[in-house]
Design a binder for this molecule. Structure first.
Ligand code: SF4
Length: 179
């Protein structure tokens, strides 16, 4: 996800070992509290009109592609798995990093649970609650795997990847050392 946001995060955080210190940021803490609330107090709550078995905080590993990840929330129906991803935000943005996340989680769910993931539901929930359905296509999964390969390439080569400087840099924790 972070590599899709900016490939230099992989370089600074993993190659050089410089922590983002994201745990100290207020927005991150609020987001974590929000996720924790849903994991601990809403264990049986299901999205209306969707019947099935609810999974929460599934830590999974892909033997096929050698990566792990955590599915915060999903509903397993008779024929498929619906991923549910919550964002503590009012900014309705389906950034490449979100699609990378959903693509990789879909691959993990399909390999480990053995059912197709064709759909996901993004829930933006801060001042207002907005649900956005997303089709998890083959292309989303392929692009997510490509991002995983690029991440591994940066880690294995140890070279700083190219990234243009733009609006993302304004609040970036690495902006003082990223030239
Ligand atoms: S300052 Fe900009 S280019 Fe550098 S790591 Fe941050 S977001 Fe990426």
């Amino acid at each position: 996800m972070t590599h899709a946001f900016c490939p230099r995060f992989t370089y600074f955080e993993i190659v050089l070992g410089i922590d983002q210190k994201e745990g100290k940021r207020g927005t991150i803490q609020s987001g974590r509290a929000y996720h924790s609330r849903h994991s601990t107090t809403n264990k049986t709550y299901k999205i209306k009109n969707i019947q099935g078995k609810k999974h929460i905080e599934l830590l999974l590993y892909s033997k096929k592609h050698s990566f792990s990840g955590k599915i915060d929330e999903a509903i397993e129906t008779e024929n498929e798995i619906l991923l549910i991803e919550r964002k503590y935000s009012d900014h309705i943005l389906l950034e490449p990093s979100v699609k990378t996340q959903l693509g990789l989680l879909a691959i993990l769910a399909e390999e480990n649970i053995g059912k197709k993931v064709n759909n996901a539901l993004m829930i933006f929930d801060k001042k207002e609650r907005i649900e956005i359905p997303i089709k998890i296509t083959k292309k989303i999964k392929q692009q997510a795997l490509l991002m995983l390969q690029k991440t591994n390439h940066t880690i294995n080569s140890g070279n700083i990847p190219y990234s243009k400087h733009d609006n993302r840099c304004t609040n970036c924790c690495y902006r003082k050392i990223c030239t």
